[in-house]
Ligand binder design. Structure first.
Ligand SMILES: Nc1ncnc2c1ncn2[C@@H]1O[C@H](COP(=O)(O)OP(=O)(O)OP(=O)(O)O)[C@@H](O)[C@H]1O
Ligand SMILES: [Mg+2]
Length: 272
């Protein structure tokens, strides 16, 4: 059997700075198959960003392992792209939109002609074909986040990691960007891990939703989302199965906030 795209085994992360050590991740194990779109939800401060940074090789695990396509992740691997919440800080203001998208391709060593083709296609895919020569600060927040997504897509990563990428855009734009992520995911066949605190967003986007406990985090439940391949903002969100999943995940997150750390406890609390 081939290895999963992402394999997380007994991951533990303790921040040991000055002052008391902070255990962010207690013990996480899960796998993500090639081409899956998995969302991660959990209470604020649970350790979601910490998890993403460990997956991305930006933060060393205290113990346990992360592997990408069977290879241990010890630093930022070639095949990964990351989109963060703060697009304002992730784009270089002195570079045009096209130059921003092109930069990682240069670093990857892609030839000039191929670079311009990839940049053109990515900007086209996010609906920004006509602003390549603009500067990021000339664009709205939603457009800047589109540029960040185009940059990740142009890179043609095996795995795309996203940390609350739409937290700072308005609701309407957010819906559009969600559909953009689904479209890119299908088009590129990329594996996506998408962190969000928005339960509806996690269910709308994901094929699975990993629900994390409060810090130090463990996996409360790996929820399968059977909403089909074609999602529609009105129809999907109006479906009975969507409502059922939302109630279920909402209850899990509430339990997590109350300090529940296992499903067995959750049932006890629920019954009592
Ligand atoms: N560099 C750091 N040094 C010490 N503690 C940290 C550091 N970064 C995060 N933490 C702590 O680790 C815990 C998990 O933080 P993390 O940012 O991963 O949570 P999160 O789930 O992403 O939260 P949010 O939903 O608010 O983004 C928090 O208690 C946080 O204070
Ligand atoms: Mg976070």
């Amino acid at each position: 059997m081939s290895s999963p795209m992402l394999d997380v085994r007994a991951l533990n992360k303790v921040y040991a700075g000055r002052g008391d050590p902070v255990e962010a991740i207690a013990d996480l194990s899960f796998q993500v198959s090639d081409g899956e779109l998995v969302c991660v939800v959990g209470p604020s401060g649970a350790g979601k960003t910490t998890l993403l940074r460990c997956l991305a090789g930006l933060l060393p695990a205290t113990s346990g392992d992360v592997a990408l396509a069977g290879e241990p992740v010890t630093g930022p691997p070639q095949g990964m792209a990351v989109v963060l919440q703060e697009y304002g800080r992730s784009l270089f203001p002195w570079m045009t939109v096209a130059q921003n998208v092109e930069l990682p391709l240069k670093e990857k060593g892609v030839a000039r002609g191929e670079r311009s083709r990839l940049v053109g296609e990515a900007l086209e895919a996010v609906g920004l074909a006509d602003v390549g020569r603009s500067y990021p600060w000339q664009l709205s927040g939603g457009m800047q986040q589109r540029v960040a997504i185009a940059r990740a897509a142009a890179y043609e990563p095996q795995v795309l990691l996203m940390d609350e990428p739409f937290a700072a855009v308005d609701a309407q734009t957010r819906f559009e960007l969600e559909d953009l992520v689904r479209a890119l995911w299908k088009g590129l066949g990329v594996t996506v891990v998408f962190v969000t605190h928005d339960i509806d967003e996690a269910i709308y986007l994901g094929e699975r939703v990993l629900v994390l406990s409060a810090r130090p985090t463990v996996l409360l439940e790996d929820v399968r989302v059977d909403l089909g391949a074609e999602r529609d903002q009105l129809e999907t969100r109006g479906a009975p199965e969507f409502a059922r999943l939302r109630t279920h995940v909402y209850e899990l997150v509430q339990q997590a906030k109350l300090g529940v750390r296992s499903l067995a406890d959750a049932r006890l609390t629920h019954a009592g």
